[in-house]
Design a binder for this molecule. Structure first.
Ligand code: ATP
Ligand code: MG
Length: 351
């Protein structure tokens, strides 16, 4: 029997509640599809600070590196906010991402027909949106040296090397091959030299994917096009800072933050997590939407090449939404029945 070692990091706030539901769904689909998932739980963030006085214990890194994939909930909360920076939950997550060599962040934004009214954009603009942002995660202006600040002057440096651009571009083209075969590479090549190199390298990588249509777009235009006509996009390929901004913009096209999954890949092990945070304001109330985490689990199965299991999960979610079940965050949109976190997980697992 196919067997996968899955690292489980529940984290803080609503993390444990939503990851529980994703495990329910994973167990259901694994037994249906005939593979086995072996879970090992690790601590990260506030939960790890409480036990080990360290937001990213060595055991978590080692365990994750020993897994085939890691499913992660969310970290952080007011309890740990006043700690020194290196002890804060967020530093733990950054350290884990770095240790796993995760340089690519993939964020699909897919509209469920049942929830077209959840978006702030018009239904006719968003119905059928199915795009994904591939963001470079470990380079660019967020990490470039030199960086400096005094009272009068401050600067940062946007650096990309040929290799860094090529490896993220390759991931975007691979994604496009599995989708609608179009890549929109977003840059600011009319102003920035680093973007000129970006374009050149993306063009070179594109030669290996003759079936994929490549277009280039300036970031200012891309920001506008995303809200004007999001359906024109398939894969958006971009660097760290532009991707940070565009992926948040793209995610809001869909409506609730509780619906959006993400994958961080690039190393041997992938890390799969909802895009939202630990939502301490609603933790423990049974109202968190587990769908973002369940969709992240589906992305994890795609990563493990269990694509039919992943598809089964996505279909189950659609069915449950079609039947009118909603968690509180999406209750305003054609709900027949408002259900708890755990009821939503069970409904999806049953389907
Ligand atoms: P982070 O800094 O970790 O990204 P954040 O401060 O941006 O966190 P979130 O934790 O993402 O905030 O929460 C933002 C808002 O969205 C909160 O009001 C929260 O309750 C709500 N929210 C987040 N996730 C969910 C979810 N799965 N279901 C329902 N509501 C959610
Ligand atoms: Mg946030």
């Amino acid at each position: 029997m196919r067997n996968y070692k899955i690292g489980i990091i529940k984290g803080d706030g609503i993390g444990p509640e939503i990851v529980e539901e994703a495990i329910k769904v994973l167990d259901a689909v694994a037994s249906k599809e005939g593979f086995n998932l072996e879970y090992n739980e690790y601590l990260l963030g506030g939960a790890a600070v409480d036990v080990f006085d360290n937001p990213c214990p060595d055991e978590t890194i080692k365990g994750s590196l020993n897994s085939d994939a890691v499913l992660f909930g969310a970290i952080g909360g007011p309890k740990w906010e006043s700690l020194p920076k290196e002890k804060r939950p967020e530093s733990g997550l950054l350290k884990l991402r770095k240790s796993l060599g995760l340089f690519a962040n993939i964020r699909p934004a897919i509209i469920f027909d049942e929830l077209v009214n959840a978006s702030s954009l018009k239904p006719e603009v968003i119905k059928g949106v199915d795009l994904t942002v591939v963001r470079e995660l470990t380079g660019g202006i967020y990490f470039g040296e030199p960086r400096y600040k005094d009272d009068n002057k401050a600067y940062n440096t946007m650096i990309y090397t040929r290799d860094e651009i090529a490896r993220i571009a390759k991931i975007a083209f691979e994604e496009a091959m599995k989708r609608k075969k179009k890549v929109t590479s977003v840059d600011k090549a009319n102003v920035l030299e680093v973007s000129e190199l970006w374009r050149e390298v993306v063009e070179e990588v594109a030669k290996n994917y003759p079936e994929v249509e490549l277009e280039h777009m300036y970031v200012d235009n891309a920001a506008m096009q995303l809200v004007r006509d999001p359906k024109q996009f398939d894969v958006i390929l971009t660097g760290n800072i532009f991707g940070d901004i565009l992926s948040d913009e793209a995610s809001m096209i869909v409506g609730s933050i509780g619906l959006l999954p993400s994958a961080s890949i690039g190393g041997k092990v992938g890390l799969f997590e909802p895009i939202h945070g630990s939502a301490p304001d609603i933790a423990g109330q049974g109202i968190a939407n587990p769908i973002a985490t369940i969709l992240s689990a589906a992305m994890m199965l795609d990563f493990l090449n269990e694509t039919s299991a992943a598809e089964r999960i996505r279909n189950a979610i659609k069915e449950v939404l079609k039947e009118g079940y909603r968690t509180k965050d999406i209750a305003a949109f054609d709900a027949k029945e408002v259900v708890t976190t755990s009821e939503m997980g069970s409904l999806i697992a049953d389907h």
